[in-house]
Design a protein around this ligand. Structure first.
Ligand code: GAR
Length: 210
């Protein structure tokens, strides 16, 4: 039986697109967005996937919106919930409901640069390596057991845009990989650290000179 996946997104949806195009052993049972106009929803519709728009601006309270979102997700009985550019902070009650089956991608080498504007901040700090991280979501923002990371060099002439483009290309590699491992039951969570079953050499790092 294939792994049932619900995708949450807020915008462009290029990570979602990479997941669809990777032909993984999963069934995407719903794509849900807090923004009805998200380009990612249009892509999902074009691919015949079930889409749901839940406009968060219609809710005054985060908790109320998250409770409705969680109920909608559970209707689709997912084994895994994938945050693919879902740009809203999730309330602890939501995270608790999906703990252990909630993955996120973040455009930095966590625990460096949680939050927004990661590429600008990486350039301002003068780091020489930047990248992206797939991790299980916990109540602490952009924290939680790390599944896989990819690193890219920072170039002297980089702008936030050129750096973001280089990182995004790696996001599109590591997110499908992480989801494949989850679907294959290969991710072992030991005390907050994720190991890959049957693999003693870490395959969970990608680095590219690109
Ligand atoms: C991606 O870079 C993703 O890592 C980031 O938003 C972008 C969404 O792009 N997510 C976060 O910053 C979450 N903290 P996409 O819609 O094209 O996948």
């Amino acid at each position: 039986m294939s792994c049932r996946v619900v995708v949450l997104l807020s915008g462009r949806g290029s990570n979602f697109q990479a997941i669809v195009e990777a032909t993984l052993p999963i069934e995407i049972v719903a794509v849900i967005s807090n923004r009805p106009q998200a380009a990612g929803l249009a892509f999902a519709r074009e691919h015949g996937l079930t889409t749901v728009a839940l406009d968060h601006t219609l809710h005054a309270e985060r908790e109320g919106f998250d409770a409705q979102l969680a109920d909608e997700i559970e209707r689709h009985q997912p084994d895994l919930v994938v945050l693919a550019g879902y740009m809203r902070i999730l309330s602890p009650a939501f995270i608790y409901r999906f703990e252990g089956r909630l993955l996120n991608i973040h455009p930095s080498l966590l625990p460096m640069f949680p939050g927004l504007k990661t590429h600008e901040r990486a350039l301002a700090e003068g780091v020489k390596i930047h990248g992206c991280t797939v991790h299980f979501v916990t109540a602490q923002l952009d924290h939680g057991p790390i599944v896989i990371q990819a690193a890219v060099p920072v170039r002297a002439d980089d702008t936030a845009n050129t750096l973001a483009t280089r990182v995004l290309a790696q996001e599109h590699q590591i997110y499908p990989q992480a989801i494949r491992w989850f679907a294959e039951g290969r991710l072992l969570n030991n005390d907050g650290c994720v190991n890959l079953k049957d693999d003693l050499t870490s395959q969970s790092v990608l680095s590219t000179g690109a």
